[in-house]
Ligand binder design. Structure first.
Ligand SMILES: [Mn+2]
Length: 313
């Protein structure tokens, strides 16, 4: 049973209209009601199309909708896992629209909203889709307090985002991890674009583990070092500029080098096997309507995260 398509719109539209040729529903993967309803789902996706501080080309506010649109066209069966991970049930919330003007105000608003979502979803697996990287911190702080601080943040990113201030703001995407290291250990993977200040900060802070992108190119020893530095609970934040720009050019601040598809999957699968990933976010996709492949790559990546999370069960 495919769990999507116009022949199976149980519960979404009036039964007398169900034979009309509707497209897929507008949630992640375009799943039908029977497998995307909140009550029985194990995964919740929250799109947060927030963008305010992107430094070069904008467009990250269109990231969540591009990921969801692309996801409706990817195969539900995962050959690597020999299952359809969607069967665990995936529910997509509507866009969370932050309305406060100032960035600090919007982040307060997000933290309140995120905490309320966490309360309602029980132990369902929460994936937030951005939006710019600033949105990670409110989520990280909420998740860290849930496990009494016993949590590391695993950051896949070309940048450290450890600036104290950028373009006059302490809330810039370039400062996204500065607040994070106050509430959790940080393991940053794929880093290759940093300021001297950031490199110094990372090298002198025992709570930060840094995997440079060039270190990832010769062998996989870095995976042990990264995973070894993670506490048992992990919050995973993926800035899509982590990937080589030949794979994902659609992002505000691309950097040459970076993650490739299969090595990244190998690493992430291990992370999910060896640690408890409590929640994720995927941020900074700025879709280019002329180039769809990055949207599909990120949609499939999100689906892989779900597959790996429930592979053990
Ligand atoms: Mn980045």
């Amino acid at each position: 049973m495919s769990h999507r398509g116009y022949l199976n719109h149980s519960g979404r539209i009036h039964p007398s209209l169900s034979d009309l040729p509707w497209g897929f529903p507008h949630g992640f993967l375009g799943l039908d009601e029977d497998i995307s309803n909140f009550k029985t789902c194990k995964v919740v996706i929250v799109p947060v199309p927030y963008e305010s501080t992107t430094s070069y080309e904008g467009g990250a506010q269109k990231g969540p909708s591009a990921i969801i649109e692309a996801s409706r066209h990817i195969e539900l069966y995962d050959q690597e896992l020999d299952t359809s991970p969607s069967n665990v049930g995936i529910h997509t919330f509507p866009d969370l629209r932050l309305i406060r003007d100032s960035v600090p105000g919007a982040m307060d608003e997000l933290e309140t909203a995120y905490a309320r979502v966490v309360e309602v979803i029980d132990d369902r697996f929460l994936i937030m889709l951005g939006g710019e990287h600033t949105i990670s911190f409110p989520a990280v702080r909420t998740q860290a307090s849930k496990v009494d601080g016993d949590m590391s943040v695993l950051q896949l990113d070309a940048h450290l985002d450890l600036r104290t201030e950028f373009e006059g703001s302490t809330y810039s995407h370039a400062c996204a991890m500065t607040k994070v290291v106050e509430v959790a250990d940080l393991v940053s993977v794929g880093v290759r674009g940093v300021s001297e200040e950031e490199a110094k900060k990372a090298n002198t802070n025992d709570n930060i583990t840094l995997i440079w992108s060039d270190e990832m190119q010769s062998n996989d020893a870095w995976m042990d070092r990264a995973i070894g530095a993670l506490k048992s609970n992990v919050y995973l934040t993926i800035d899509v500029d982590y990937f080589d720009p030949s794979l994902v050019p659609s992002t505000g601040t691309p950097e040459p080098g970076g993650g490739d598809w299969y090595r990244t999957l190998k690493f992430l699968r291990r992370v999910f096997q060896e640690r408890t990933v409590v929640a994720c976010d995927v941020v900074e996709l700025a879709p280019n309507p002329a180039v769809h492949a990055p949207d599909f790559l990120i949609a499939k990546l999100v689906y892989k995260l779900i597959g790996y999370r429930f592979a053990k069960e």
